[in-house]
Design a binder for this molecule. Structure first.
Ligand code: 5GP
Length: 180
């Protein structure tokens, strides 16, 4: 891997190489194949961050499977509901499907904690989460990641789909913010 990089005003150092990512993504694909053979799972990839993870994981899969891509938007609900998360682009019928959410990173867990119950309303046969990264030290909301690539400390990362203010998604490995 190359040296430290500057993105906008911040410096990042190499953290997880593309080879390590490839190895873990391939392992996740094998685990999912083992659990979902014959079930034709439906993957729901959450944009923007999960696009590269979703693409690589899907390429590695050798069972029948479907995939769709959604964007989550949060808007102000009523006073009692607070902010409400809504999915844009979710046209698939989830009833009686085996659904696997593909997420780039679980940080506080808020996003998935709020979004999963909405999917559950559609009564899928099963609902699981596959995430490339998890930061257990910053998790506040109870979210169980069923298929996990890497556990990482509570430090900002970018690359492999993850951005810092719009930039860095194209990097094929993951970088970590240097200490300030
Ligand atoms: P949560 O709702 O779990 O707190 O946050 C999840 C979302 O926050 C992720 O999907 C991602 O977009 C963003 N996020 C959390 N930690 C990081 C990080 O270290 N780097 C980047 N680029 N995004 C992050």
């Amino acid at each position: 891997m190359t040296q430290a990089i500057i993105v906008h005003d911040k410096q990042f150092v190499p953290y997880i190489s593309s080879e390590e990512i490839e190895k873990q993504v391939s392992r996740l694909a094998r685990e999912i194949e083992r659990d979902y053979a014959g079930k034709r799972p439906l993957f729901i990839a959450i944009l923007n961050g999960a696009f590269m993870f979703a693409s690589d994981l899907f390429k590695h899969l050798e069972i029948e499977a479907e995939i769709c891509f959604i964007k989550l938007a949060s808007y102000k609900g009523t006073k009692s509901t607070g902010k409400v998360i809504t999915a844009i682009g979710l046209d698939e019928e989830l009833y009686k499907r085996h659904v696997i959410i593909l997420e780039d990173i679980v940080d506080t867990g808020k996003t998935l904690h709020e979004f999963l119950p909405q999917l559950d309303h559609n009564h899928p046969s099963s609902l699981k989460i596959a995430a490339l990264l998890n930061k257990p030290d910053s998790q506040i909301y109870d979210v169980k990641v069923d298929y996990l690539g890497f556990t990482i400390p509570n430090k900002f990362v970018l690359g492999y789909g993850l951005d810092y203010d719009g930039l860095g998604r194209n990097l094929d490995s993951i970088y970590q913010l240097t200490e300030e």
